[in-house]
Design a protein around this ligand. Sequence first.
Ligand code: NDP
Length: 489
Amino acid sequence: MTDVAKRSSRAPVPSGWEYAPAPEARDIVRIEERYGLYVDGQWLEAKEHYTTISPSSEEPLAEIAQAGPEEVATAVAAAREAAENGWAEISPTERAKYLFRIARILQERSREFAVLESLNGGKPIRESRDVDLPLAAAHFFYYAGWADKLEYAFPNRRPRPVGVAGQIIPWNFPLLMLAWKIAPALAAGNTVVLKPAETTPLTALLFCDVVRQAELPPGVVNIVTGDGRTGAELVRSEVDKIAFTGSTEVGKAIQRELAGTGKRLTLELGGKAANILFDDCALDQAIEGIVNGIYFNQGHVCCAGSRLLVQESIYEQAVAKLKRRLKTLRVGDPLDKNTDVGAINSKQQLEKIRELVEAGEAEGAEIYQPPCRLPEKGYWFAPTVFTNVAQSYRIAQEEIFGPVLSVLTFRTPEEAIEKANNTPYGLSAGVWTEKGSRILWMAQRLRAGVIWANTYNRFDPSSPFGGYKESGFGREGGRHGLEPYLEFE
Ligand code: NDP
């Protein structure tokens, strides 16, 4: 035997293919001990503070300002001053330049933002790096392009900015939701006061540094942090428009509060989307889409495909493939580049997921969770599939906002439509079939603002996004996304 052959015969036979840890370095991010409020281009000290943590380790990260009524009023006054004395009047080409600058700076600093987003929110770095950051920058690029073309976007309608926009965003896509809100508002000539969610303020606060770097005039972007009370103050304040993304419950409360005030409102609320699998679909591809549809961002996605409707003839096969795929998902450290499913955003959200999962078991659904070791510290929930689900079960009706999928079956396209539309929500849906005509037939009948065909969770700044029924009203993205920020003659 040659030396080479001898050596290779002695080489250990690998027993498995484990992933080695691949943590992203944290040192690119500098977190202050304490943050103020970003108002009129300056940091304003607040009277009260709370601690923001990392949900994957419960490690305290920083002290965050809790803005009260006076501080919110100061921010709104600064935005008003900026709107009336300059921002709306500068040439649209100049406005576009600022937005292009912000987009470029976000690209340049994207690693820093991605690490901070995963640290504060618990989402896998792979997602914040490859989805949230590129899309946030793309939104600013896209709306920068519209800033000097509003007359063409709305011909013969003489568009004018609305004035000051109050914007309230949730914790599932902190920087991306900020981009969805701020980019169209600024492109249309408005100024903004934005409130990030209580649990995920850090990337919005880092964004203030981008605003400074881009030399945006003071008062055009103001960031006020705090919990729901700060949001409620912003709704009550002297703004001209409220743009809200969050729960249907809070959305309804805001709608009641604003009724009769003349303030404009757009609401992007919850969802309970159906991902519909026909027996002629490319099943392996569809399984990838279903997994992406519900386990992406731990299921903290308003348009998550949280109900899977499978045609009865492929039910056994689809569920077997799905369970096999679930076993390969890696749950753990959000900063590890191999992680597929990160931490649940907060203790409160974890409790809500647990409550609904317990309700699903009590009502008679069959639960499956792949074997996985969850970290001891932090907030975690294993990817979960429920089979044997009836339409009346809470897990088939309520938004869980976690990595939990409910599987139901159907026989005919008509039944699929009936079941898919049987929800108070109407945000999104997915159709998996090889027949183009069936896709169009389904899309005409599904009551959902966004319908994906043979894919899921695809976003593009040029494409409008929004819902029907209890999923809200108004559209974000695309030319449609400018309209709520404009008045017409
Ligand atoms: P909320 O609707 O409470 O939060 C969304 C934003 O609104 C946050 O910035 C929040 O502040 C703020 N807010 C809370 N109360 C008020 C108020 N009275 N007036 C104005 N603003 C307010 O969602 P939660 O975080 O409580 O999540 C609860 C459930 O909502 C989730 O389990 C999920 O089902 C759903 N949800 C849906 C989202 C979507 O995109 N469709 C996004 C987030 C949640 P703060 O965070 O500081 O309380």
